[in-house]
Design a protein around this ligand. Structure first.
Ligand SMILES: [Fe+2]
Length: 319
């Protein structure tokens, strides 16, 4: 008699759970279950003939949309990235099917993601995923509950701040992967300078002036001033910065160059700055391409450094 009562209570509890789940939409999948789902899907041939490559932005398509999870396939050309974003209340998992991606999170080491090993995460997880390789990559993603909301962030020093909604917050599932908007290619297929800069910065860990100052004081980082002489004479300079003008930068830092500086080794941390922090991003990438993989640039350049009250050599004293 007791056994029958227990069974009835269990059945009633199961019924209540099922009813609750149907009211709330569906059962949520755990990140580990999602990892199995993306792994199985990646090893199938259910996505290969659907993949497209798009130069103007990452291509993506939702291939399955169930009540409890959805599956997306995304292609990444070299330089394409998401920018920092979360996935709302969804947990998720993704696996690289081909190529190599990088995952960036503030305060954490960059993760290089090779095919076959899924990454998993819970709700409110923010990251920036990038293809910094020279080859296209394809990845499979699953979310539970199905992705319905996404928030963009900008990196302010070492913390994420929500991106201004007016600047293009993506908040619908139709927009969700268009985090990093890019202008279309022109008829010649050439990239705009905004696209080149955006692709460069997707590969960089940029430092605020405060972080740059700390790196100079606490580590052996080398601060490199790439501004031309005329600009230094007008703006002033930073004591301790090494002056290597942009037009000779690669020759002075290529570890294989006969014109290299003694400090130019492939493990040195070089932090490049210019006047406002634009040209320095391209310069830092040029150094990374020369195997100085720790090369970075300073956000906002000399003007941001000065605006933050960090020490400068005034123009009249600057050489
Ligand atoms: Fe993501």
């Amino acid at each position: 008699m007791q056994l029958a009562t227990d069974q009835r209570l269990v059945q009633e509890a199961d019924s209540a759970l099922i009813a609750a789940k149907s009211l709330s939409g569906a059962v949520s999948r755990t990140p580990e279950e999602l990892a199995n789902i993306v792994s199985l899907f990646a090893s199938s041939d259910g996505w290969m003939d659907k993949v497209r490559l798009r130069a103007e932005q990452r291509w993506y398509e939702r291939l399955y949309h169930g009540p409890d999870y959805d599956i997306w396939v995304i292609s990444w050309l070299p330089g394409q990235s998401t920018g920092f974003h979360d996935h709302g209340a969804s947990s998720g998992a993704f696996v690289v099917a081909t190529g190599i991606l990088e995952e960036h999170r503030p305060g954490e080491r960059t993760r290089v993601i090779h095919p076959g090993t899924p990454r998993t995460f819970g709700p409110d997880y923010a990251h920036d995923v990038r293809n910094v390789s020279l080859a296209p990559a394809i990845s499979i993603h699953a979310y539970s509950p199905p992705l319905s909301d996404m928030n963009e962030y900008e990196l302010d020093g070492s913390r994420l701040v929500p991106r201004d909604r007016a600047s293009g917050k993506a908040d619908t599932v139709d927009q969700e992967w268009r985090v990093q908007k890019r202008k279309p290619l022109d008829r010649t297929g050439a990239l705009s300078i905004e696209q080149v800069l955006s692709a460069a910065r997707a590969r960089l860990r940029r430092l605020s002036p405060d972080e740059t100052y700390e790196a100079m004081v606490k580590t052996e980082a080398i601060l490199v001033d790439i501004r031309p002489e005329g600009q230094r004479a007008i703006e002033g300079s930073i004591a301790g910065a090494l002056i290597v003008e942009r037009n000779v930068l690669e020759w002075r830092f290529d570890p294989a160059s006969s014109a290299r500086l003694p400090v130019a080794t492939d493990h040195v941390q070089v932090i490049v700055f210019c006047s406002e922090g634009y040209a320095s991003s391209l310069a830092a990438i040029a150094l990374q391409d020369l195997r100085l993989c720790r090369a970075a640039d300073m956000i906002g350049g000399f003007q941001a450094w000065r605006a933050m009250g960090l020490p400068i050599v005034p123009p009249s004293e600057a050489s």
